[in-house]
Design a protein around this ligand. Sequence first.
Ligand code: TRP
Ligand code: ZN
Length: 878
Amino acid sequence: MRTDTAPGTDRTVRLTDYTPPGWLVERVRLEVDLAPRATRVRTRIRFRRNPDRPGARPDLRLDGRRLTFLAASIDGQPLGDAGPDAALSFDAEGLSVRGDALPGDSFEWDCLTEIDPQANTELEGLYLSRGMFCTQCEAEGFRKITYYPDRPDVMAPFTVRIEGPRATCPVLLSNGNPGASGDLPDGRHFAEWVDPHPKPAYLFALVAGDLVAHRDGFTTASGREVDLRVWVRPGDEDKCAYAMDALKRSMRWDEVAYGREYDLDIFQIVAVDDFNMGAMENKGLNIFNSKYVLASPETATDADYERIESIVAHEYFHNWTGNRITCRDWFQLCLKEGLTVFRDQCFTADTRSEPVKRIDDVKMLRARQFREDQGPLAHPVRPEEYIEINNFYTATVYEKGAEVIRMLRTLVGEDGYRRALDLYFERHDGQACTIEQFRACFEDATGRDLSQFALWWSQSGTPRLTMAEDWDGAAYTLTLRQETPPTPGQAAKAPLVIPVAAGLIGPDGAEMVPTQVLELSRPEQSFRFEGLPARPVASVLRGFSAPVVLDRPLDDATRAFLLAHDADPFNRWQAGRDYAISIALRLIEGGAIPNAWAEALGRLVADEALDPAFRALALELPGEDEMAGEVVARGGLADPDAIHSALRAMRAHLGDALGAELSRLRAAMAVDGPYSPDAASAGRRALANRCMVLMLAAGTAQAHRAAEAQFDAADNMTDRIAALAALVHADAPGAASRLDAFHAAWRHDPLVLDKWLTVQATAPVSDAATRVAALTGHPSFEWKNPNRFRALIGSFAMGNATGFHAADGSGYRLVADWLLRLDPVNPQTTARVAGCFETWRRYEPGRQALMQAELRRIAAVETLSRNTREIVERILGG
Ligand code: TRP
Ligand code: ZN
């Protein structure tokens, strides 16, 4: 009866199998009586028949996993589950009540269950994090709390009563507005929360523990006073100000940019130490990984501050794109995630620097999403089937999903975009929607037919654009060809609508034809520009206007020209990137580094008119993983050692060739006064620290001393950790003592110790696996905490090509061992980290065999979780 499904059972869920729910929930009341080993949940639900499901009265189907069933009644009549024809029956995934046994088309369900939060190591459902009760329900965690129709198209207003011991749980929180609260006998107390906005169960949240609030307030555009609270452990109060500030700025931004106001009397954020992902947008009660809330100059880097700001914004923006309008089913996940990522990207672009944000996002898109799209885990932005939905919170759904929205905006224009979104909010508020309904809003608001564009949601794979140019003395013709290579399960691909922003640059470097958006919709199209005074240089795919690979062989001189003159900052950066990639490829083939490269970069970084953050990006070389992709794109197989040597030689070359300039710039970028995480100061630190890394690559004693001095004198974590990483990664003599000093100073701050673990895990040294193995025995490595696990094992697997791809297989083995250890404890995090093996077919035969052997060793474990099995088998089989 209540066991998990036998291995081998087909559990594939398909988009085409969608059927509307038989029963809707009119309202629900939860009463949660907290105890670490035996929490009791009483659930009262008013069910109403779904008018969209005519015919015989459907069975009542409720999801439930690992619940101890105590009692249930319908309209006050107790239900039994005894006997073969009892009305109530249980299986591994929940319970059913036969339709013919239900009293009518509306009834009251009352059920009592018990759960064991302390035994919940998966961090899904109700669990304990350092003594604090908290929940994570997306996607299907609510069914681990109580029996319920746990699907996003069932939306209901919730009333929640929490009861617990006052001593250990002085604070009791749930969604919505606060209701009654008070004392109970035996040192217990209770609090009620009322959420009037209908929501799906995945947005339910409950937190109880010893927490303190950083408080503030916000007045909405229409005058609603909103209480704001950021809840953290006692002692962390002084690390909340930045998250609170980011929240208020996000609330204002959504009013201005989208006309969206907040809709409750209170908005709360809780920081939790044990969390599988970044954060969760539960209605009115966002729950965050503490890593994305807590910040002080001494403990958080500039990158941490920026990430906190964007995640606070992301979760807040979900209040409209996700919560007020949610997803009909989990196949529509990109409806809320792609759109909300796009919104948070725009918020950051408005708040900081638009081009720098775009470059950062594209780097991430290529590193994660292109890698996914070009490998065995490729799937459409809207997948058509899954085994474990938690495996589909992917870069494709999130980041490519955001690119699709960005292209839509490019195609219909800013005004059309705003009209379409206004229509979407007006038409669908309070509903659970599909991508088709979203698309219809764009078609209705703008009159544009988007049927071909819609392929972006259903067709997987990264399109490849090739270009040909023609110049006849007065007219320039640009011919673009598109082709999407086959992906697992999708052999044939149709042409997409691709917005290609392009401009033409004259021989003097001035803009000859300003940016226009060329719309490619056929396999091949030509675009002609007439009456030009001289042959132009084309700048194509400006701002990265579509998530495609642009295949454009160029000579070094043209790359240097674009790097010097392109009016589009993204393409200027791209020209430098392409230049570096082409040199790395030449080095791998045994070639040499042309002097012109460092000269071109030297001119760029010395240009005081350019944003320091932009110059820092221009000085950064492609990563090893990116280079492996480039080798494969040219029909080769990647040799990690050759890639590593090439990039190392290039860094050393820049360090030598630009030594004096780097040293001058580093000094010039010094920021005076107390630390501030603003974008301008952060950009100066980024450039200074980039200079330091290149200076160390040249290996001078002076560079070592400079990094040591920076570590010793730093008044902020950005400069301190940059110096530590530079020393450790250069395997410098001063590294070991500083690692010890750092640990001694921060031994009580787990988030800072994560940085200490990551710096060591990512050191590109030949014995990296041995060093990481030793760190797994360190008392600071609490492996069951996802942040610790990712900081050490995750960053070794994804951020240390030298160690992970060690030729003897030691890196692969270490990671596989730890995945097997974590899997029974936390399958979600295990499956995510297992994605490190997805590129196995890119490498030379020796590495391929070693990686494949580890994947097979994992797959051979019979008790492997559904999450990890799905990932490993797709990686092996794709
Ligand atoms: N919806 C969350 C977000 O985008 C992410 C999320 C999905 C999540 N599943 C989760 C967070 C599980 C934590 C745990 O922002
Ligand atoms: Zn999200």
